[in-house]
Ligand binder design. Structure first.
Ligand code: GAR
Length: 196
């Protein structure tokens, strides 16, 4: 992996996450030419908030509640993203569809990680669905976000073989290990190519 010093400025980014935040932490720990300006989270009790505090990353919690529309929630997010000068967004276990407010503001600048080889097993349960289907191989996909569910243009994929005696936890552990390498490596690649 190239050292940060070979690239001359840090890209201001935001990470969106809903839950545990292991991918948030993998990105935060990697030697990347980025400055994580903001974590946006849709659950006030998500463990990713603890991880963000550990790394000194400010967090904005925007929960889906009755009486506030997705458009209104995304407008709040956009105000904070713009105030922080954010130029790219990495979704790391963010379990909501991104709407036109953010898509229009960040065209081809919102990236997602998914724990399966898209277009196979999109949605909320990529690991469980691939395990139940007994496919010999699943994996990890990094892709651009569009208005669909895990349908955007694929940037990178890495396969993970299912071993005959794998429990779902065994398979999930190997998928997460791949995620924690592939996401930072792909981000670095995109920055080096000048597409982010
Ligand atoms: C990851 O496995 C990520 O690929 C998945 O959520 C998990 C979050 O884990 N995302 C999706 O399923 C998106 N459709 P983390 O909170 O420990 O990073």
């Amino acid at each position: 992996m190239a050292q940060q010093s070979t690239l001359n400025k840090n890209l201001p980014v935001a990470i969106f996450a809903s839950g545990n935040g292991t991918n948030f932490e993998a990105i935060a720990k990697a030697d990347l030419p980025i400055d994580i300006k903001l974590l946006i989270c849709d659950h006030h009790d998500a463990y990713v908030l603890t991880r963000a505090a550990k790394f000194g990353v400010p967090a904005l919690i925007v929960e889906a509640k009755k009486g506030i529309t997705k458009q209104q929630r995304e407008s709040i997010m956009l105000t904070h993203l713009r105030a922080a000068g954010v130029q790219a967004i990495f979704l790391a276990g963010y379990m909501r569809i991104i709407g036109p407010t953010l898509l229009d503001a960040y065209p081809k600048k919102i990236i997602n990680i998914h724990p399966a080889l898209l277009p196979n097993f999109p949605g909320l349960h990529g690991i469980e669905d691939a395990y139940a289907a007994e496919v010999p191989e699943t994996g990890v996909t990094i892709h651009y976000i569009d208005s669909g569910v895990d349908t955007g243009q694929i940037i990178a994929q890495q396969a993970v073989v299912r071993k005959p005696d794998d429990s779902i936890d065994d398979l999930a552990t190997r998928i997460h290990d791949v995620e924690h390498q592939l996401y930072p490596n792909t981000i670095l690649d995109l920055i080096k190519k000048g597409v982010l």
